[in-house]
Write a protein that binds this ligand. Sequence first.
Ligand code: ATP
Ligand code: MG
Length: 202
Amino acid sequence: MRRAIFGGSFDPVHKGHVSLASELQKALRLDEVIVMPTGISPFKKDMKRRPAGGADRLEMCRLAFADMPFVTVSNYEVSQGGVSYTVDTVRHFHGLYPDDELFLLVGGDMLMSFDRWKNWQEILSMCGLAAVSRQTDGADTENLEKKAAELRKFGEVIFVKTEPLEISSTEIREKIIKNCDLSCYVPQNVVKYILENNLYRE
Ligand code: ATP
Ligand code: MG
């Protein structure tokens, strides 16, 4: 089996996430993509509060990826509680499926900071890293390719050129507060969930 872990806050999940999963599934011929909402991200632990809890983020991911049969949404990190480190999650799945090909899927910002993650070299010894750009103008392509080449000394690193969607959860949370229409950025069933549950409002 060719399997990948796609981690993030998904706070909320948006069309950029859906597109990343779908493009990298095709490019890497993945049998399964495990979508993994974090407990508390090491990069965001200083945020004053989590805008949405684990249960809501899990449910929004289930809705967003409902029509992608190769996606499994995992509660592994949310149910561990506390700060999630990717290395611990990769160790867990590497141990579960020792004979399978494992990948980690990331956007360009995460590729650029990857060599500052906890035990990143160990991560690359257990799985391949696959990344796409988040910038539509292609301005970061050269930097991403350079970073991928640097990291390749330590393992398999793949940069896949796609048609990026320039969206972030941060921008979406701001749009919700301003009552903007979200349908361009967020799958319709997730928009409905956000409104019905009054998420990100105050
Ligand atoms: P925030 O603004 O809260 O950081 P985000 O939009 O960056 O939210 P995350 O949950 O932080 O979303 O990201 C999870 C993963 O998805 C990361 O690897 C990130 O690089 C990637 N990603 C997020 N948005 C996009 C996008 N528009 N295109 C491609 N990858 C993306
Ligand atoms: Mg982010």
